[in-house]
Write a protein that binds this ligand. Structure first.
Ligand code: KIV
Ligand code: NA
Length: 266
């Protein structure tokens, strides 16, 4: 297999082939999902919640995300490594976005960056793309703007569908290589997917998007909290890890570990 590039993702859309994105924040998740054939590894600002234990994506910083992106880009042999630009690191101006994106590319080995927002982000997408930095846009529900959007809510309902389409088209025209749509009605997402030349990536956006993305701790059941409707749990890692850790505790306390097999004779 060859390294996935943005043009690979475009060719897959052109051929009507679906592709996949999963979050990854460290060596073993990156290597495992790469081996599984996941086309894009997203070092999401969801690391704020899923790595650093914050309650939202707002607190995580560029300096906290860079080492995670570095670990993933070192470990991914085939997947394209996509770095999320965190809250406050790109909204101020296209120049701020450029400075932040360059750090992710130079210091951490990212192949592309993702940023949230619609029409207001067109200048950012344009400058980065012109500078040689592939940009994935993110519209619909955008967690960094939760205080503006009134919490976690489906976007693009009713009249919002036309707005979603307008934003997607503007971001495509600005040079985005893909558009993530989060928590939008499936018919609205299908309409955007049909109207765009570039691939769409859905999370809670129905089956007609060109690609799908999930957060790995949700998808593999490490996160046991109430999952949003769009999460499908493919494994129950929480139970696997909990039982193993309990067994270890019992073994040590009962003297069953380490046995002779796990010890050095002399
Ligand atoms: O940060 C993240 O994990 C994301 C995906 C849910 C799209 O932005
Ligand atoms: Na994100």
């Amino acid at each position: 297999r060859k390294r996935v590039r943005t043009h690979t993702l475009q060719q897959m859309k052109d051929r009507g082939e679906k592709w996949t994105m999963l979050t990854a924040y460290d060596q073993y998740t990156a290597a495992t999902f790469d081996e599984a054939g996941v086309e894009v590894l997203l070092v999401g600002d969801s690391a704020s919640n899923n790595v650093y234990g914050n309650e939202s994506s707002l607190p995580v910083t560029v300096d906290e995300l860079i080492p995670l992106v570095r670990a993933v880009s070192r470990s991914a042999k085939h997947s394209l490594v996509l770095a999320d630009l965190p809250f406050g690191s790109y909204q101020g101006s296209p120049e701020q976005a450029f400075h932040t994106a360059v750090r992710f590319m130079k210091e951490a080995g990212a192949h592309a960056v993702k940023l949230e927002g619609g029409l207001a982000m067109v200048p950012q997408v344009k400058l980065l793309t012109d500078a040689g930095i592939p940009v994935c846009a993110h519209i619909g529900f955008t967690p960094q703007a939760e205080h503006n959007l009134g919490g976690y809510r489906v976007q693009g309902r009713g009249a919002g569908a036309a707005r979603l389409l307008e934003e997607a088209k503007a971001l495509e025209a600005a040079g985005a290589f893909a558009v993530v749509m989060e928590m939008v009605p499936a018919p609205a997402a299908a309409e955007v997917t049909k109207a765009l030349h570039i691939p769409t990536v859905g999370i809670g956006a129905g089956v007609d998007c060109d690609a799908q993305v999930l957060v790995w701790q949700d998808m593999l059941g490490l996160n046991t909290g109430k999952a949003p409707r769009f999460v499908k749990r493919y494994a129950d890692l929480h139970t696997v890890m909990l039982n193993a850790a309990r067994e270890y505790v019992d073994d040590v306390k009962g003297g069953a570990f380490p046995s002779a097999e796990h010890s050095f004779a002399e």
